[in-house]
Design a protein around this ligand. Structure first.
Ligand code: URA
Length: 319
């Protein structure tokens, strides 16, 4: 079912890229889509539970796909079935954002500075106006002494409820990737380019279904908050997860395909930056080949940060 949904999403994206703006959909199809979407979180959780980041496990045949091209950036990318659009929170949809905030943190220890930053972000009027009632603005999480900082895209459904990045299916997989490196999630710092979940149209009174990547203006607005987290934590190196994070850090339109820049060292805020795929790629492509591509990038991160690497780890996902 998930594969069919992905195929449908890909086809809709393809049509959109050719200029198609409207399509005719029968009532039966709408009803079928609604059913799939309603089952979405459970289906995503099932996929996440089966997505191990341990070597050589059998690949579930239902989810086996060739890792041909760069994956779409977000998990749970479902087509919007609802025809009626409403504005999110109190911000007018599509309105240009104000100038990016200037973040000035007091002198002091890391914890004090991070706490001040957290207050600034969760009370930022622009961020708050863009989260729906009952949902949260999200700042990074993890060790303030971390040597490695992972940077993702934006909060999703689970993250905006908990107010913590990477707690949904992709987050569970990220945790297993970190563990494969011989670390614990609490040893690293995990942040996002964005501090709120980019809005999607919903049916009146309905929950947001699916995610979209943030646009350039949204990333521009949130970037000072990411820079401030880098300044406070002062990690040795950064890892950008996926195309959107890489665009946020390296500049919108600065590369054509993630495949051209991943696995190489770049620089952001004076820190070495490794670019790799987003964990949601593995949720869609649970082959050893896909896992190996990410793993090779993470091996480079381990080498650069002086983490011990066993022969066993070097051989993960080969063959
Ligand atoms: N994907 C991201 O990029 N960030 C999150 O916090 C969750 C999913």
């Amino acid at each position: 079912m998930r594969a069919s949904l992905q195929a449908l999403t890909d086809e809709l994206r393809r049509l959109k890229s050719t200029g198609v703006r409207t399509i005719a959909v029968s009532d039966e199809s709408i009803a079928a889509l609604r059913k799939v979407i309603a089952a979405g979180p459970a289906a995503a959780a099932a996929v996440a539970a089966s997505a191990r980041f341990t070597p050589h496990e059998p690949v579930p045949s239902a989810t086996r796909e060739p890792a041909a091209s760069e994956p779409p950036a977000r998990e749970n990318a479902t087509p919007a079935a609802a025809p009626t659009f409403v504005k999110p929170a109190s911000a007018p949809a599509g309105a240009k954002l104000p100038p990016a905030p200037t973040v000035q943190l007091p002198a002091g220890d890391k914890q004090t500075r991070w706490t001040v930053l957290h207050e600034l972000v969760v009370k930022d009027a622009t961020c708050c106006a863009r989260v729906r009632p009952g949902k949260k603005v999200v700042l990074g999480v993890g060790s303030l002494e971390a040597k490695i900082m992972f940077v993702g895209e934006a909060p999703g459904a689970e993250e905006e409820i908990k107010g913590e990045p990477f707690v949904g299916p992709a987050g569970q997989l990220l945790t297993r990737m970190i563990q494969a490196m011989g670390l614990k999630r609490e040893d690293v710092y995990i942040g996002n380019i964005m501090n709120w979940r980019p809005d999607m149209p919903t049916a009146p009174g309905g929950e947001q279904i699916g995610n979209r990547p943030p646009n350039e203006d949204e990333m521009r607005y949130c970037l000072p908050y990411l820079r401030a987290q880098i300044e406070v934590v002062n990690p040795e190196l950064l890892v950008a997860l996926g195309s959107t994070a890489a665009q946020g850090l390296l500049g919108f339109g600065s590369f054509k395909a993630l495949g051209d820049i991943r696995g190489k060292w770049h620089e952001f805020s004076g820190k070495p930056l490794m670019v790799t795929y987003h964990p949601s790629y593995i949720l869609r492509n649970q082959s050893n080949r896909s896992k190996r591509m990410i793993w090779e990038d993470l091996l480079k991160v381990m080498e650069r940060s002086g983490l011990p690497i066993s022969e066993k780890q070097r051989g993960y996902f080969l063959g």
